[in-house]
Write a protein that binds this ligand. Structure first.
Ligand code: F6R
Length: 613
């Protein structure tokens, strides 16, 4: 996904910008560019492919090397193919104004027609180029400053943007603005670093200002002014980034994904941290205190998210109905606003998002609030847009998730959902002894995940036998049905093996036709009330000579009779099972991707944070 970096200070801007872009590489991109002010003019270098390509071009350019103020961008194509011309920065007609942009200008066609009628010649197919010409129009038409021209231009724009703009007539100034796309300003000593993601800032400073929607900042060597895009001054607080650079690095693992899978015991401990009051045996969620009465009164819960977060929401539906007895629905965030869902002031809408920036999830959240719902967030990225736009929420505290495939965020989402469901359940009907059991069981989960992770070698061996098969099935029931969906998603997104996840009983209604000799079928079959039924499903696959890999409860030696391979997970209460049963499936996907030589952390066509619709 697109990334923005900007710098003004005493260092060589080019080095800071390139390093910043490299820190954002994990988000996914297809081209990149830098623009540095040399003292006289703006100097731009762009390239498709890796940031290293731009770095090589910039290193060979003396003007670029000399500058101490500039902007840079990694692009993930939306309008126009990934090529050098479409890469950002985009300039106005005489290259005095340059813009980098994340987001989508929705009315760019209308604006383009208007600008073309005034003589503008467009070089690229992008929506962003419209912005550079529009700002230029206002600048040349009497605006007193670059920021005034930017404000005037943004008033004409509909859509989403995080932008950074420079102008050679106003050297040593960067104007930034945001609506729907994150922008952060790092405040160093005698320097400012602008970025769409904290990862590009933390090696310079932990002090940051988060811009809200419709806010902008004018940054010069003398300081920073913040205001709304309507030019109303706003005072912004300087906050501290919680994540260290070391946390973001790979920590000795070959891939971020493996590091994040292995980090899950610690991540879950962090998610639970201070939230299980074992003295009073109650769940304490500080982020929900101010809405605790509304929570208890809620008549229904709607959980929403995308991809892996949506799978976590599906588990949440079981948790909320089972433990808190509240009617619960799950909605794809991408569908939510288009299907007129029934939401009212008795509804509690909970948005799940690792990044806190997913455009569809944010839009669903806004729709829900507009309809009168109380909106909560279960978010990992502190200070992200979703976190800031909810009425209240609970952070995952899982640490940064860099690998594109979401792993530790999923398990921590399940943990936080369990905590909320227990808190509500206890206030509504749950007995203290039942509550005590779940709380004790939760405290054992991190150590139980460690035991599952110890089987990584076994999972690798199992996968090696089947990795040449191009179609896999994942089947589970009840709480483990969403786990089957998640296992299939993980496998397909990073190893490019086609996989389907299903409730096991659905197999007979069609997908059983797919089963043939040698087809790998993964059953998530821990001990639960439908255990006997899932054994029946296993038999059906065996009869058709499918190869069966089961995830089962420790001590269930009997299941091995029916299966080719068994991976055991420790025993725990059924509502907590998904936190354990998903771990072997994450390892399965990881080892399959490595065995097939895939780019584990940056799978093709995928981006870490999907900030466009
Ligand atoms: C899958 C994956 C995606 C994300 C989805 C939502 O491994 O990572 O499906 O879960 O794009 O992202 P967040 O949680 O950041 O809203």
């Amino acid at each position: 996904m697109c990334g923005i970096v900007g710098y003004i200070g005493n260092k060589r801007a080019c080095s800071v910008l390139i390093e910043g872009l490299k820190r954002l590489e994990y988000r996914g991109y297809d081209s990149a560019g830098v623009c540095v002010f040399s003292g006289e003019a703006l100097h731009i270098r762009k390239a498709t492919g890796r940031v290293a390509e731009v770095e090589a071009l910039a290193c060979a350019d003396r003007d670029i090397q000399a500058g101490t103020c500039g902007i840079a961008h990694t692009r993930w194509a939306t309008h126009g193919e990934p090529n050098e011309v479409n890469a950002h920065p985009h300039c106005n007609h005489d290259n005095r104004i340059a813009v980098v942009h994340n987001g989508i200008i929705e009315n760019y066609v209308t604006l383009k027609q208007f600008l073309a009628s005034k003589g503008c010649v467009f070089r690229s197919q992008t929506d962003t180029e419209v912005l550079s010409h529009l700002i230029s129009e206002f600048y040349e038409d009497g605006a007193d400053s670059l920021e005034e021209a930017v404000q005037a231009a943004l008033r004409e724009v509909s859509g989403t943007y995080g932008i950074a703009v420079v102008c050679s007539d106003e050297p040593d100034k960067i104007v930034v603005a945001r609506k729907g796309s994150p922008l952060i300003v790092g405040v160093g000593s005698d320097e400012y670093i602008v970025a769409s993601d904290a990862a590009a800032i933390i090696e310079h400073t932990a002090n940051v200002v988060y811009l809200n929607d419709n806010e902008m900042a004018v940054i010069t060597r003398d300081g920073m002014r913040t205001m709304t895009v309507d030019n109303v001054p706003v005072t912004k607080e300087v906050q501290q980034i919680e994540w260290s650079l070391e946390q973001i690095a790979k920590g000795g693992y070959e891939h971020f994904m493996l590091k994040e899978i292995m980090e899950q015991p610690e991540a879950v401990r962090m998610s639970l941290g201070g939230r299980l009051d074992l003295r009073e045996m109650r769940v304490k969620l500080g982020g929900l205190e101010k809405v605790s009465r509304d929570l208890v009164r809620a008549r229904k819960v709607i959980l929403t998210g995308c991809g892996t977060a949506w799978h976590a929401a599906l588990v949440g539906e079981y948790l909320f109905e089972d433990l808190a007895r509240i009617p619960t629905e799950v909605e794809y965030a991408s569908e939510f606003r288009y299907r007129n869902p029934i939401v009212d002031d008795g509804s509690l809408v909970i948005a799940l998002s690792q990044s806190g920036e997913t455009a569809d999830t944010l839009a669903a959240l806004r729709e829900a609030r507009e309809k009168g719902a109380l909106a909560l967030g279960i978010v990992n990225a502190v200070g992200s847009t979703i976190a800031r736009e909810t009425d209240a929420g609970v952070y995952l505290h899982a640490g940064p998730e860099i690998g594109v495939a979401s792993t530790k965020a999923f398990t921590c989402q399940l943990v936080v959902e369990t905590l909320i469901a227990l808190m509500l359940g206890r206030r509504r009907f749950m007995s203290q002894p039942t509550m005590d059991q779940y709380m004790q069981a939760l405290t054992r989960i991190p150590e139980q995940i460690e035991r599952v992770l110890e089987q990584s070698g076994l999972v690798r061996q199992i996968v090696a036998e089947h990795v040449d098969r191009d179609n896999w099935l994942f089947l589970g029931r009840g709480y483990n049905y969403p786990v089957a969906l998640e296992g299939a998603l993980k496998l397909k997104e990073i190893s490019y093996i086609h996989a389907e996840g299903l409730p096991a009983a659905e197999m007979k209604h069609g997908p059983i036709a797919l089963i043939h000799e040698g087809m790998p079928v993964v059953f998530i079959a821990p001990r639960c009330s439908t255990y006997e039924k899932i054994l029946g499903n296993i038999e059906e696959v065996r009869a058709r000579r499918g190869r069966i890999i089961a995830v089962a409860t420790e001590g269930d030696t009997g299941i091995a009779r029916y299966c080719d391979h068994v991976i055991y997970v420790p025993d725990c209460p059924v509502p907590l099972q998904p936190i354990l049963t998903v771990v072997p499936l994450q390892l399965m996907a990881y080892h399959a991707a490595v065995a097939r030589g895939c780019n584990v952390d940056k799978p093709r066509n995928l981006a870490k944070s999907v900030t466009v619709e």
